[in-house]
Design a binder for this molecule. Structure first.
Ligand code: PEP
Ligand code: MG
Length: 323
């Protein structure tokens, strides 16, 4: 079985009827790089930069960050790497301990970055410097409103100007995109699509905020349902609205890595998934054994179902019959 997976790892992830899906990899620690290349990922769809420096006692300066980002960008070149701005706060590491009553609803992601422009600009400059070979995309976490994108773009422009004045080269057209992982951003997908270069759905947070279920709380973990009808229909809404504006759309949350979810997600119209590198060969095997036309039918049926159990059963039945 393992040998069979190994054999197809360098083949494209394409359905029997020719629909090609990009399978990218998530990167949390630098050591994963060789495994990502070994498993033939179509690029890196999410670098969790806050994890890269988890072991540092003080915040990494621009040169330290540049070195790490540049190494990743060079290793995956000419494929793309999507570097996400620090998503500090919530369940993530913090430079300071905040003692917030509700950290998941607190000072995290883009909120913290915009309130800490020096910290944010240090990262932006490091990412820009690593973008020289044009395979780096920059992604903003926890976006909630258009004004956050405007404010982030202002800081990016400032950094570009500074670098130009200093004679340092970078990709002037570096794509800037957002994670859609807060329900408000999902609702406003169409508006965001006018101002960003790409969108990535972060299901880990999107599910927690959409269903009001803490992703890390075991007491309510049975309520954390990736196949909740509201989740499926929200994902569909995001894909359709981004599609209307031809904005590239992917998914980088854990749902993208779930083999049972895969037929549904592709049927809903996703063409790019970012998962842990270990899952890429199996995803490839599944996709190469299916027809896109039947996945679209499957997705339509799921969109009409009224509860999680029905959708879950349908997807498991489909999987067991076809795979
Ligand atoms: C997500 O929320 O789905 C995501 C990919 O981001 P993280 O898991 O780092 O919060
Ligand atoms: Mg998230």
């Amino acid at each position: 079985y393992d040998e069979e997976l190994l054999k197809l790892k360098s083949l494209p992830a394409v359905t029997l009827d020719g629909k090609e899906i990009k399978l990218m990899a998530n990167l949390d620690i630098s050591e994963e790089m060789s495994f990502i290349i070994h498993n033939c990922a179509d690029g890196i769809g999410l670098v969790r930069t806050e994890q890269l420096f988890e072991e540092y006692e003080v915040f990494p300066d621009e040169d330290q960050q540049f070195e790490v980002y540049n190494k990743i960008a060079e290793s995956i070149y000419p494929k793309v790497v999507i570097i996400r701005a620090f998503d500090i706060g919530g369940d993530k590491v913090l430079p300071v301990d905040l003692h917030e009553p509700n950290p998941m609803l607190g000072w995290r992601g883009i909120r913290l970055l915009l309130d800490s422009p020096n910290l944010f600009k240090t990262q932006i400059r490091a990412v820009l410097r690593a973008s020289l070979h044009k395979n780096v995309w920059f992604m903003l976490p926890m976006i909630n409103s258009l004004s956050e994108v405007v404010a982030a773009n202002q800081l990016i422009d400032e950094c570009k100007k500074e670098l130009t004045e200093e004679g340092i080269k970078y990709d002037d057209e570096i794509p800037v995109g957002i994670m859609i992982e807060v329900p408000s951003a999902a609702v406003l997908t169409s508006d965001f699509a006018d101002v960003v270069d790409f969108i990535s759905i972060g299901t880990n947070d999107l599910i927690q905020y959409l269903l009001a279920v803490d992703r890390g709380n075991e007491i309510v973990s049975s309520q954390y349902q990736e196949f909740h009808p509201a989740v499926i229909r929200t994902i569909k809404h995001i894909i359709d609205e981004a599609g209307k504006k031809s904005v590239p759309i992917g998914m980088c949350g854990e749902m993208a890595a779930d083999p049972f979810a895969l037929p549904l997600l592709v049927g809903l119209g996703l063409e790019s998934l970012s998962i842990s590198a270990a899952g890429i060969p199996l995803h490839k095997k599944i996709l190469r054994s299916l027809n896109y036309s039947e996945l679209k039918r499957l997705a339509d049926e799921c969109l009409n179902l009224k509860n999680e159990d029905e959708i879950n059963n349908k997807l498991h039945k489909f999987f067991n019959e076809k795979i």
